[in-house]
Design a protein around this ligand. Structure first.
Ligand code: HPA
Ligand code: ZN
Length: 324
């Protein structure tokens, strides 16, 4: 399972930071982060809101481009070791110099530099999705949209939306999404991880994304599922994350197989692997065990992710050649 080639489309770069990496930086910088670690070294938190707090606390040690260069390399080495040949990562300028464009350019240069090194060394390709943090509000999202549009190119491909889903309605971010769309960027937004079908429907109407992060709660509304399938909107499903944060009661109750059976385009990702004690290998192994996924389902997931990737066609062709 580990060696099977995989494409991951939903990964938060900061959320993929191994706890030992964050602890090491905290020690170097004399920042006391002892409250966010368990005795066994893992991240300590309970529930989604607390997860977001611990996440933000961990980000306080990522204070310069060099930290992001090292983080990117560490994350890509780990992903590549699980068979991932192409990955997209949510990059949040609000955690990289505060969405100031000049600072963002410096951070981005470091991330791109590390991505190029990882491609040469580990054979994994990275593309970025500039992503505002919903609970920081629509005004900060506008500054982030400016960062996104100014750096859109072969590496930065899309614009996203993450953070506390219930804090704002999707329409609050229409200005930013409209601006990114007009600039030619690809779009994705978290919705239906915590919000109900109405949140997914409003996201589709107000932000018009090509992909939705999670989207699992759409499964409660058959007409909405049909609409998502008809429009060909792709769901970035992260089952291990959903089970760990109790967005669903158990793996057995996860709607992924049902959504696929109803014609929805589905991909599989880890979200924030060290926070949720998962890897792409574990996601695949659990899908095989719980839903009897085999060669054919994994091939479908791979092809869906390849088609839904935000990269340019030259890059898609190169990735495709590696799985043929
Ligand atoms: N959901 C919303 N925001 C996030 C997540 C998530 O799973 N991970 C990091 N930011
Ligand atoms: Zn996410």
């Amino acid at each position: 399972m580990r060696d099977l080639p995989k494409i991951e489309l939903h990964l938060h770069l900061e959320g993929a930071a191994p706890p030992a990496f964050i602890r090491g930086l905290a020690r170097e910088k004399n920042i006391d982060l002892s409250g966010i670690f368990r005795e066994d070294g893992g991240y300590a938190y309970k529930g989604f809101d607390h997860f977001l707090q611990v996440y933000e606390a961990a980000c306080t040690v990522l204070t310069g481009p060099e930290e992001f260069r090292r983080l990117t390399l560490a994350v890509l080495e780990e992903s590549a070791s699980h068979g991932v040949i192409y990955t997209e990562a949510f990059l949040s300028p609000e955690f990289c110099g505060g969405a100031d464009l000049a600072a963002w350019r410096d951070y981005l240069a470091a991330i791109e530099d590390a991505a190029a090194e990882a491609e040469r060394t580990f054979g994994i390709t990275l593309r970025g999705i500039v992503t505002p943090i919903r609970h920081f509000g629509p005004e900060r999202a506008k500054a982030t949209a400016r960062c996104a549009i100014e750096t859109f190119g072969p590496f930065i491909r899309g614009f996203g939306l993450a953070g506390a889903e219930m804090m704002h309605r999707p329409g609050d971010f229409s200005w930013s999404f409209d601006a990114a769309r007009e600039a030619g960027m690809h779009l994705t937004a978290h919705a239906g991880e915590w919000g109900g079908p109405d949140m997914v429907a409003d996201t589709i109407r107000d932000l018009r994304p090509e992909r939705i992060g999670h989207g699992i709660n759409a499964s409660r509304d058959p007409a909405l599922v049909e609409d998502i399938a008809e429009r060909g909107i792709v769901l970035e499903v992260c089952p291990g994350s959903n089970v760990f944060l109790a967005a669903v009661p158990s793996w057995r109750d996860h709607p992924i197989a049902d959504l696929m059976a109803r014609g929805v385009k589905v991909t599989v990702s880890t979200d924030d692997p060290p926070f949720f004690h998962t890897t792409m290998t574990k996601e695949y192994e659990t899908l095989a065990k719980v839903f009897d996924f085999g060669e054919s389902e994994f091939e479908t997931l791979l092809q869906t992710a390849l088609s839904a990737a935000f990269c340019d066609e030259e890059t898609r062709g190169r990735v495709k050649a590696r799985i043929e």
